[in-house]
Design a binder for this molecule. Structure first.
Ligand code: ISL
Length: 603
């Protein structure tokens, strides 16, 4: 494996006036060392403020959000219809999953025309209206850009496949086979080999994901220029942010060496070792992003959180923030990555702590506990049984909205939506589940029962069931037949029943978002975990000069008397999620109900 450490020199003196009132990102010198920054060095005045650090983001999976024409697939007009719901929740910015023309082999992550709208979602006029309606409400839009691969139906690939001499041949990776087999032993993320044989030319093309998602050849400057042009097209329309899909895999190792047996078991990281990765991201920044007031968030799947700074250190001029996966995948079974094992709170908080330390004063993290590729947060890190669903969903809300990172709330999380009770393989839509079924069950390596048990927990479909708006048929998502079944619990869990309930998960989110907006220390303040090894109560402080806050979350279904560290003295309660804890003057401990969480102002 290539060495990840950068050997490049320390940047020259970083002489930038870091005015706290400026909302601009600073551009500066050459790449710098990635030596971790000590937490002690982080001061409020050193963390450059930015709108995208202060914003609360909401992720919309358009396919499952709101359908307005009875087709059963969510659409752009559905998003527009619900903007006031989101504004009311306090949302500042929305990330939408891919909205481009696509044959939908991987729900829009297989793009056949980068400059057209997915026909199920609506038209370009609808998209423009979405932007203008958001602007009216002072909200910003982040789009999802998929630049590692296209659809096999994209005109570039159709050309590329048409013959070895076609000028687009080199837009993708074509290789001869080796001894009658694939060019090397790379596996695909969605099962099988990452190489697909093309009968016509007798060559193989590379696809890290499905075979309908051929990887673009970033080493070809024409590919990069075409992609940059496409990015500018959307930025010129008034898009304020880009989430860059699987950005860490865009550079490939040109020799395509075989993976070792060890690497094969965990190839995510191996695919992020391309020698030109940072060069290309930096180039994209200079050629595209640096010309706009825009935020970039890289999905750096495969990159350990400790390396995320190489993407987000602002002095390197690559990306603004990164989605890392160490936390959301803390329970992936290292022996069999398709299933999960138990997780512990101490491992959870150590992972958060490491990410925070890694970001230091020059980097920044995106914080999320679920998304469209992962289980529902309350089913994963909380407890979705009826008795604990609401308190644990609120406890997790407290965690999500009090990190020194930009919070991303996935649609439905604000209602405490849960995983789906899948029964058979036919209940799944996810191309990932189907690929693994083929690899594991059809080859006899894993029993059906064992596989289904795991898929029920891990499947991406858990997060993709339609949004539960109300208790009417199909949860008010569509008047037609929903593309994926609605979770049968929609009569109890839906937005309509929570909007006017002061104790609902929804209203707790609203309260926390308001606090996040009102208290800068919750965004910029230093993060100190009070007891990294405690497996029951997650407690940490957020300190911004004299503004000091304590966050406490009981992760267990028992009451606990939490002894406060000696140097902590609570001044007042800011918010509590569940039971109330009367705080006495000079309290030395605090009584927490099951799954109780709270934020307290400190003296
Ligand atoms: O979801 C995963 C495992 O179930 C991840 O391996 C995921 O494929 C990885 O995080 C990359 O995800 C992104 O690119 C994929 C797309 O299918 C995902 O939805 C997207 O988030 C390919 O474009």
């Amino acid at each position: 494996m290539l060495n990840r450490r950068l050997t490049s020199a320390i940047a020259p003196f970083f002489a930038v006036a870091m005015s706290f009132s400026s909302l601009q990102t600073v551009s500066a010198a050459t790449p710098v060392s990635t030596t971790p920054v000590s937490q002690d060095n982080i001061q409020k005045s050193e963390q450059l403020p930015a709108w995208w650090k202060q914003a609360v983001f909401y992720q919309i999976y358009p396919r499952s959000f709101k359908n307005t024409n009875g087709s059963g697939v969510g659409d752009i007009n559905g998003i527009i219809e619900k903007l006031d719901y989101l504004k009311n929740l306090g949302i500042d910015a929305i990330w939408i999953n891919p909205h481009y023309a696509s044959p939908n082999k991987d729900n829009g992550y297989d793009i056949s025309d980068y400059q057209d709208i997915m026909k199920e979602y609506g038209t370009m006029e609808d998209f423009d209206r979405l932007i203008s309606e958001m602007k009216k409400r002072n909200m910003r839009l982040m789009v999802d850009v998929v630049i590692n691969h296209t659809s096999d139906q994209h005109p570039w690939f159709i050309q590329s496949q048409s013959g070895k001499d076609n000028p687009y041949r080199d837009y993708y990776f074509w290789k001869d086979g080796k001894d009658g087999k694939e060019p090397n032993n790379y596996p695909s993320f969605f099962g099988g080999s990452a190489w697909e044989k093309d009968a016509k030319s007798d060559q193989y093309y590379l696809h890290y994901f499905a075979k309908q998602q051929p990887d673009l050849n970033w080493d070809n400057p024409k590919v990069r220029q075409d992609l940059y042009k496409m990015l500018k097209f959307w930025l010129d329309k008034g898009v304020s942010g880009m989430r860059i899909d699987t950005v860490a895999t865009i550079s490939k190792i040109p020799e395509f060496p075989d993976l070792s047996e060890n690497q094969k078991k965990d190839f995510d990281e191996a695919y992020t070792q391309g020698p030109n990765l940072h060069k290309y991201i930096h180039e994209m920044n200079k050629e595209v992003f640096s010309h706009y007031d825009v935020v970039t968030a890289g999905e750096i799947f495969g990159v350990p959180a400790t390396d995320s700074i190489r993407f987000t250190d602002r002095r390197r001029e690559e990306l603004n923030m990164a989605f890392t996966f160490d936390l959301i995948r803390i329970d992936v079974d290292p022996k069999a990555k398709w299933r999960r094992t138990d997780w512990t709170l101490s491992k959870f908080r150590q992972t958060v702590n490491t990410s925070d330390k890694t970001a230091g004063q020059y980097g920044w993290n995106a914080f999320f506990l679920d998304n469209h590729d992962n289980p529902r947060v309350v089913s994963h890190f909380g407890d979705d049984r009826p008795k604990w669903r609401v308190p644990s969903a609120k406890a997790l809300a407290t965690v999500i909205l009090t990190q020194r990172a930009t919070p991303f709330i996935y649609q439905g999380t604000e209602l405490g939506m849960t995983n789906y009770p899948f029964k058979s393989i036919d209940d799944f839509d996810d191309i990932g589940v189907k690929g693994s079924w083929k690899d594991l069950v059809e080859t006899g390596q894993v029993s059906k029962e064992e596989f289904l048990k795991a898929a029920r927990v891990t499947s991406r479909d858990n997060a993709r069931t339609p949004f539960q708006w109300d208790a009417t048929e199909n949860a008010g998502f569509t008047t037609g037949k929903p593309w994926l079944k609605v979770n049968p619990n929609y009569k109890e869990i839906n937005a309509a029943s929570q909007i006017n309930d002061p104790d609902s998960v929804l209203n707790y989110y609203r309260k926390l978002i308001q606090l996040r907006h009102d208290i800068p220390a919750l965004t910029y303040g230093e993060y100190h975990d009070l007891d990294l090894n405690n497996d029951t109560v997650y407690a940490y402080t957020r300190i911004d000069g004299n503004e000091k806050y304590l966050v406490i979350v009981n992760f267990k279904e028992n009451s606990v008397n939490y002894k406060l560290p000696e140097d902590i003295s609570i001044q007042s309660t800011v918010v509590e999620s569940n039971a109330k804890s009367p705080i006495e003057q000079n309290a030395t401990s605090i009584k927490l109900a099951p799954w109780q969480s709270g934020i307290y102002k400190l003296n």
